[in-house]
Design a protein around this ligand. Structure first.
Ligand code: URA
Length: 276
């Protein structure tokens, strides 16, 4: 397989090693020994440095639907718990999350996973729920999916590591507790944990939200539509532009979709650059 320089640049930025006939390396499949062999990625992605080739926010905005947020026509009244959470500052919110017993997940968790990163980040990443390693370490996305997320972020100049707000993301999950055996979040769990996520968004005040995967989309946009139908355009959540993309765990199984996630992140970068 002959890779173009452009393809190499992007794959390298995403942490994908590609076998070259003259490199002396063994063929390497994907990221971190992901199972499938590296295959051509369609459509051909632009190199990381080629900002001009990014999908443009204007193009995407022209495809944006005015009904994107899909909020219910009549918002249900807030509960007292929701009202309390909506008024919390960071320390109160951390405390409320760490002591939460609103659903049964509190019985099986080792610890809550609040979120990580710059509390004034321009980018907020929203995932699904802690897995085994996150439950053990108390930090989101520390397993294999997390390493892919870090590579994707690196490819667009973002990181969870300490840095200035424009370059350091804040990462949170829809659920703060691990579902047993990593089962899917249940609707009641999502509903009970949502006020925490909403408050995190309100406190961070990001310039862009990246909703990764089906449950982040359900929680933030209230939509059950497929990711493939929602990505590639700019939605709004609470006045913040929101871009939908695939969950990194899905990308580990579908290597060819990585290029689409990279495009989504480029779209998000464009939105931030243009000031929304
Ligand atoms: N997947 C998620 O969505 N979040 C995590 O923290 C880990 C894996």
């Amino acid at each position: 397989m002959a890779w173009t320089e452009r393809q190499r640049a992007m794959l390298e930025a995403m942490g994908v090693r590609v076998w070259a006939p003259d490199s002396g390396d063994e063929p390497v499949a994907g990221l971190d020994a992901a199972p499938a062999p590296a295959r051509p990625i369609e459509p051909e992605p632009a190199p990381v440095a080629a900002q001009a080739a990014r999908p443009s926010a204007q193009q995407a905005a022209s495809r944006a639907s005015p009904t994107s947020p899909q909020a219910p026509a009549i918002a249900p009244a807030r509960t007292a718990r929701e009202t309390d959470i909506a008024a919390m500052d960071w320390p109160a919110l951390r405390e409320a999350v760490s002591t939460c017993q609103a659903c049964d997940l509190c019985q099986s968790r080792r610890q809550t996973v609040f979120g990580v990163g710059n509390t004034q980040a321009h980018w907020m990443i929203v995932g699904e729920a802690p897995g085994e390693q996150e439950d053990a370490q108390g930090e989101p996305f520390v397993g294999q999916a997390g390493r892919l997320l870090d590579s994707l972020l690196r490819s667009i100049g973002q990181s969870r590591a300490e840095g200035p707000a424009p370059q350091q993301v804040f990462i949170a999950n829809t659920l703060k507790c691990r579902p047993p055996r990593n089962r899917n979040p249940q609707p009641d769990e999502l509903a009970l944990c949502r006020p925490f996520l909403l408050r995190q968004v309100a406190l961070v005040k990001p310039k862009i939200i990246i909703a990764m995967g089906k449950f982040a989309v359900q929680s933030l946009l209230g939509s059950d539509e497929a990711i493939g139908r929602l990505r590639g355009r700019v939605h709004q959540f609470a006045g913040v532009p929101l871009v939908v993309t695939y969950h990194p765990a899905y990308l580990l199984r579908q290597l060819t979709e990585k290029a689409k996630s990279w495009e989504d992140l480029c779209l998000a970068a464009d939105v931030v650059e243009r000031g929304g």
